[in-house]
Design a protein around this ligand. Structure first.
Ligand SMILES: [Zn+2]
Length: 249
C-alpha cells in the first residue's frame, strides 16, 4: 500500500521558525491528519505552497489527537466550526479514552458549547454536535480511515500516546526518552521521534541507540535552538512529502 506523509510542521510549542509538529498521512487518497494545531488552514496553505500538492481542509475528515497540549490540539475548535458550519460535515476524531475524558469539559466546551439558531435562540451543544469520537484501544489494531493503528502510552505530563501505522510508520508524540517506546517503534521503516529539552527526549539518548534504529529516525518537535547543522540524526522537513510502500494488514 502506497503511503505518503505530508509534513505540515516540525516545531515545538514555542517555535518562531516552524509550525507545530503535525502531518497528514495519505494512503490511496484517504487523508488522516495527525495532531491539529491552531491556524490549520494557513498551515495547509503553506504546505501546498512548498510541496505544490493540493491539500485542503476539505480533504480531511479524520484526525488523530495524541494529547491535549495546545500545540497538538488547539486547532480542533476552528476545525470543528469549519466542518459543522461551512461544510456541514462531522469529522472523526481518534484518541484514547483518557484524552476524550478531558477533550470537551476541559478544553473545547468553553468556546463551543453554545450556538445561536436561526431564531437567535441559544442552543447548548456537545462534542458530538461537531465530531464523531472514535476511541483507540491499547493492545489491539485499530482501524482508522483505511489505516491500521497501534497505540502505546508515552511518558508525558498529560495522557498521551505514540502510534504505529500499518507497522511501518512510527510517531512518538511527546515523551521523555523511553526504551520501551523505542522497542515498540523499532520495527517501523520510518520513525518520527520528538526531541527537546526538559520533559522531552534528550537528543543525546537518541544518538546512543543502535545504528539500524537511528537510521530510521526523523527528528521533530524541534526547538529553534536545536543544532540542525551538526545533527547526526535526520531531521523531518516541513513541507516535504515522504513516500514508502507500507504493509497491508
Ligand atoms: Zn505535550
Amino acid at each position: 500500500m502506497k503511503m505518503e506523509i505530508f509534513v505540515l510542521g516540525v516545531g515545538d510549542a514555542y517555535s518562531e521558525k516552524h509550525n507545530p509538529t503535525s502531518f497528514v498521512i495519505n494512503s490511496s487518497g484517504n487523508y488522516t491528519l495527525v495532531e491539529c494545531p491552531d491556524r490549520l488552514r494557513k498551515i495547509l496553505r503553506e504546505f501546498r505552497d512548498i510541496s505544490k500538492r493540493s491539500t485542503d481542509i476539505k480533504d480531511i475528515n479524520d484526525v488523530i489527537i495524541t494529547h491535549l497540549h495546545g500545540d497538538h490540539s488547539n486547532g480542533l475548535e476552528a476545525f470543528g466550526f469549519w466542518k459543522r458550519f461551512i461544510e456541514n460535515k462531522k469529522p472523526r476524531v481518534y484518541s484514547i479514552k483518557e484524552v476524550f475524558e478531558g477533550i470537551w469539559e476541559n478544553k473545547l466546551k468553553a468556546g463551543m458549547e453554545r450556538i445561536y439558531t436561526k431564531n437567535f435562540w441559544v442552543k447548548e451543544v456537545s462534542f458530538d454536535f461537531y465530531f464523531k469520537p472514535k476511541i483507540l484501544e491499547f493492545e489491539k489494531i485499530n482501524e482508522v480511515n483505511n489505516l491500521n493503528i497501534e497505540v502505546k502510552k508515552t511518558k508525558h505530563n498529560l495522557p498521551c500516546f505514540a502510534i504505529k501505522v500499518n507497522g511501518d510508520l512510527g510517531y512518538s508524540s511527546d515523551t521523555y526518552f523511553d526504551e520501551e517506546l523505542i522497542e515498540f517503534l523499532s520495527p517501523c521503516k520510518m520513525i518520527i521521534h520528538e526531541t527537546g529539552p526538559g520533559i522531552h527526549t534528550d537528543y543525546k539518548e537518541l544518538v546512543k541507540l543502535p545504528k539500524p534504529i537511528k537510521q530510521k529516525i526523523y527528528l521533530a518537535h524541534l526547538s529553534d535552538n536545536f543544532d540542525y547543522v551538526n545533527s547526526e540524526l535526520k531531521i523531518l522537513e516541513e513541507g516535504k512529502i515522504y513516500k514508502f510502500e507500507a504493509r497491508k494488514f
